[in-house]
Design a protein around this ligand. Structure first.
Ligand code: GTP
Length: 597
């Protein structure tokens, strides 16, 4: 296809503003998929995405569109992930296209993720077409939302298209606008091949599938290609496009987006943002800004049933094949036995992986306290990266500690502003900015990442009844007075509950944790002390009193079914518990105890 007749774009939106529904409509209206094959949310392929309504992997589709001017166009849509954990993937896919549709729910308005993603689009020099969605709903207020787009984002919204992705109103205008307002790609067909690796994933039949955007030159089946980041070479055995099903074609030229397969075994061998060229007479000039995604949140994953360790290893290895941003290494814990220390891009990423292991591989897991990476400066000048509080070195050798900080942007209706400020303050936040846009406030805070990883987002949602939106980026490391807090149950330290806390908050957190554990741990036949300690000094203590009676005692022996039910219930409860010394601790205690209310 000629460059002038190609348009490449992405859709930028906050979660639930209708990105997937709009994409489905565009596919349908260009007859890319026969109506009978059309199922909702075609682009969200994984079950878990469908269930959670979150788009995790970038997907893509090629649409053929005959415009009102009679010309035929090829429109390539790259679907980008909407969540903050995947910001790096968003930024890469943005660089593969020239324009964006900015979808804003006209009953809601601009949200934090709209902002974060639209700034990425602006950074990538995109032409942006605002789309006001859900105009079929009575609460739709297109004037207010258009004004807000101009005020908050600072782009012209006078040409905003009013759409209902649900009923199909305005979809034709969106297609015309893509053709007339978004620029065509540029590229040199005669230059050596230069292609961007936009995304990659594992397919059971084809091996690794690599999504590419051709910048210059041509990519053909049978070519020998080279990845510039690591110099590896491969033989291309298939190229094609997504409609959205895979369709093989012979050649991809400048400006085009498609896939290749080349008998690549692991997703790890392909890095998002890498430059692909020909092995011979290729370019040496890599695309700018390539960096591999780095995990920022770590936690331990252990099987509840230690006999399932090998199954867990298998599950983790399989998941890692398809997710280069997920890291793991084996870990042993005195209390939990064998497991893995895993690194994630953020909390959502952690939850998704944990859910998939539990659901797809049917393994019950104990997840230990998520931790960020601390920088520990030793007195001898060495710097150690601490991924696990359990590995904290001897304090006498430590000079100081630094923790990662983030810049958080929160948009919230005025009514809830006070609660949000209090929450941020409680989490050691430093206010950087506070502005108003209509009846909404935009607050920017500098926060320690470790105060955000457990439950900040949940708390924010709950204090604002779901009306706040949140986005963050890492800013750097800063020194603070941090200590490792240990928890002892029945005088045995439980490694999995060790956390790093700020010295000033240690007492409060320790007390709260002991109180919670007291409620979460069932009573035993003996008395159980629960303590929090810093470097051997106990800072909080609770005592769980001994159980006096058998649970079935009050059944008077007569009601056999009731008795059995009680015993069954006890047994079911047991399944998800782990023994620590003589004490059974239920699985949910590990996460619940760390949440701060
Ligand atoms: P993520 O994939 O989570 O980022 O969400 P999304 O932005 O893709 O949103 P999605 O398309 O899943 O839409 C969210 C919800 O809004 C769904 O329940 C849709 O059915 C609904 N929805 C989308 N567009 C419209 C619309 O124009 N009108 C109405 N009434 N509902 C819509």
């Amino acid at each position: 296809t000629e460059l002038t007749h190609i348009r490449n774009f992405s859709i930028v939106a906050h979660i639930d503003h209708g990105k997937s529904t709009l994409a489905d409509r565009l596919i349908q209206d260009t007859n890319t998929v026969a109506d009978r094959d059309m199922k909702e949310q075609l682009l969200d392929s994984m079950d878990i995405e469908r269930e959670r309504g979150i788009t995790i992997k970038a997907n893509t589709v090629r649409l053929d569109y005959t415009a009102d001017n009679g010309e035929h166009y090829v429109l390539n849509l790259i679907d980008t992930p909407g969540h903050v954990d995947f910001a790096y993937e968003v930024s890469r896919s943005m660089r593969a296209v020239e324009g964006s549709l900015l979808v804003v729910d006209s009953t809601q308005g601009v949200e934090a993720q709209t902002l974060a993603n639209v700034y990425q689009a602006i950074d990538a020099d995109h032409e942006i077409v605002p789309v006001l969605n859900k105009i079929d709903l009575p609460a739709s207020d297109v004037d207010r939302v258009a004004e807000q787009i101009e005020d908050v984002i600072g782009i012209d919204a006078s040409g905003a298209i009013q759409v209902s992705a649900k009923t199909g109103v305005g979809i034709h205008e969106v297609l015309e606008s893509i053709v007339h307002h978004l620029p065509a790609p540029t590229g040199n067909p005669d230059a050596p091949l230069k292609a961007m690796l936009v995304d990659s994933w594992y397919d059971a039949y084809l091996g690794v599938i690599v999504l590419v955007r051709i910048m210059d030159g041509h990519l053909k089946k049978g070519d020998r290609i080279k990845f510039l980041s690591n110099g590896t070479t491969h033989h291309v055995d298939r190229i094609g496009v997504f409609r959205p099903a895979m369709q093989n074609i012979d050649v991809l030229g400048p400006g085009e987006i498609g896939f290749l397969t080349a008998s690549i075994k692991q997703v790890r061998d392909t890095r998002v943002g890498d430059t692909i060229t020909h092995e011979k007479k290729g370019t040496e000039d890599a695309l700018p800004g390539f960096k591999p995604a780095q995990p920022v949140v770590f936690c331990g994953l252990f099987p509840v049933d230690s006999a399932e360790f090998e199954d867990l290893r298998d599950a983790i290895e399989k998941l890692a094949l398809n997710d280069a941003s997920f890291s793991y290494e084996m870990e042993t814990s005195a209390a939990l036995g064998f497991g893995f220390r895993c690194g994630f891009l953020g909390l959502l990423h952690l939850e998704v992986i944990r859910d998939r292991i539990e659901r797809e591989y049917n393994i019950d897991l104990i997840t230990t306290a998520p931790s960020v990476i601390y920088h520990i400066y030793m007195k001898d000048g060495e710097m150690i990266e601490l991924h696990n509080p359990a590995d904290m070195p001897d304090l006498s050798k430590v000079d100081h500690l630094e923790e990662p900080r983030i810049k958080a942007t929160i948009l919230v209706p005025d009514d809830y502003l006070g609660d949000v400020l209090k929450l941020c303050q409680d989490r050691r936040g430093i206010q950087l900015d506070l502005t108003y846009a209509g009846s909404r406030a935009m607050v920017v805070y500098d926060l320690p990442l470790n105060e955000v990883v457990f439950d900040f987002y949940d708390r924010l949602k709950s204090v604002t009844k779901g009306y706040a939106s949140f986005d963050y980026q890492m800013t750097g490391y800063r020194e603070d007075n941090l200590v490792k807090m240990q928890v002892l149950v029945n005088d045995e330290p439980v490694d999995a509950l060790s956390t790093m806390v700020h010295r000033d908050r240690a007492e409060m957190r320790g007390r709260a944790m002991c109180e919670k554990l007291k409620d979460l741990i069932p009573r035993h036949m003996f008395k159980i002390p629960i303590q929090a300690a810093i470097g051997g000094k106990v800072i909080a203590r609770e005592t769980l009193s001994a159980l006096r009676k058998d649970v079935t005692a009050k059944c008077y022996g007569g009601d056999a079914t009731r008795k059995r039910k009680l015993l069954d219930k006890q047994k079911a409860g047991k399944k998800k518990m782990r023994q620590f010394g003589k004490v059974d601790i239920p699985q949910e205690a590990f996460i619940s105890a760390l949440k701060m209310d």
